[in-house]
Design a protein around this ligand. Structure first.
Ligand SMILES: Cc1cc2nc3c(=O)[nH]c(=O)nc-3n(C[C@H](O)[C@H](O)[C@H](O)COP(=O)(O)O)c2cc1C
Length: 314
């Protein structure tokens, strides 16, 4: 089996160390496993410029497109090829400002432009196996474990493929994880879980159950809630309506099966999303004359005058 890891922390730092323990766990189940990783800090990834060329092609059912950046103009294509060849993808990140580092998001933003990568992974039957882990220097980390599962889901196709996730706080210095005796065994366990899930998928076509950190959402395991002004509550990641009760001063959250089916990541939500994108483009096409007129009369010059030009870099 091929297991591909993605790191984005310091070279030789905590997440790279933890990835080696995950690989050791994989190899304890499959000694011939091919395990390798990239550190996005080494990668040159051109930022998505929001041209929406890939989106437009995707909406039109064209899965043969590539990013306007081209396939050899940055390292995205190389990483994409590693992901295509992998049975499992392990995503890792340290917390930067409560979130995964920008380079991870920059990489994720390019996934739209990956030809048919999503088309060949977005399904319970065709998804890859995935797992993720994150750490924080302190406990300023509320968003990252949720974001990591979402990123992993995007890379493997669907949440059914994400079998494990874990997060550790208070891992500040380079190499700190070596001093925390909980970490190496937990990471090896993740490797074993992933390897067994790959074997299960190859043998039966089924996805292994999720065994990672518990959250409150039964769909994405997110541990957060969005409370709307009207008092309704939703999983902010899935947009699934939550039922909230308070018992003995404690908040109890549950999700109805019929609401879970409306997760934005389920077929229902995906179709709705694509339809909404189509409707947005239709509205803009219909109002193209107005947009052009108002833009030229009221915004064009102001934007040009107030957007600062960057100085030349030496
Ligand atoms: C720019 C930057 C922002 C950071 N922001 C946070 C943060 O919001 N919360 C936190 O707990 N740790 C934060 N950290 C600390 C790192 O998560 C921590 O040092 C971690 O051990 C780095 O992992 P690595 O060795 O794999 O690079 C930040 C570090 C950097 C460099």
């Amino acid at each position: 089996m091929k297991v591909f890891g993605i790191c984005c922390g310091r070279k030789g730092g905590n997440t790279e160390i933890m990835m080696q323990d995950v690989f050791a766990g994989v190899k304890s189940i499959d000694p011939d496993a091919d395990c390798s990783f990239v550190n996005l800090q080494d990668a040159h990834i051109k930022s998505c410029i929001g041209c929406e060329t890939c989106m437009t092609k995707h909406v039109a059912g064209d899965y043969d497109f590539r990013c306007v950046h081209g396939i050899n103009q940055d390292h995205f294509y190389f990483i994409e090829q590693q992901m295509r060849a992998a049975d499992a993808i392990i995503v890792s990140a340290p917390a930067y400002n409560l979130l995964p580092p920008g380079i991870m998001i920059r990489f994720l933003n390019k996934l739209h432009a990956s030809s048919d990568y999503r088309h060949v992974t977005q399904g319970v039957d065709i998804c890859k196996i995935g797992a993720c882990f994150s750490i924080g220097g302190t406990d300023w980390t509320d968003f990252i474990p949720n974001a990591m599962r979402m990123i992993t889901m995007e890379l493997v196709g669907v949440y059914d493929g994400v079998v494990d996730s874990v997060h550790f706080d208070f891992q500040t210095s380079k190499g700190a994880v070596i001093l925390d005796e909980r970490i190496a065994p937990r990471m090896r366990q993740m490797g074993e879980t992933v390897a067994k899930a790959v074997q299960l998928k190859k043998e039966t076509g089924k996805n292994a159950p999720y065994v990672g950190m518990e959250g409150i959402c039964d769909y994405c395991h997110c541990n957060m809630l969005r409370v709307n002004p009207d008092g309704t509550a939703y999983c902010p990641q899935c947009n699934v309506k939550a039922t909230v009760e308070v018992e003995d001063g404690k908040v109890k959250v549950s999700f109805k099966p019929e609401d879970l089916e409306k997760s934005r990541w389920a077929p229902y939500g995906q179709e709705l999303h694509m339809r909404n994108i189509g409707l947005g483009h239709k509205k803009a096409a219909e109002g193209a004359e107005t947009i052009k007129k108002v833009y030229n009369e009221s915004y064009k010059d102001k934007i040009s005058e107030s957007r600062l030009a960057f100085p030349e870099l030496k």
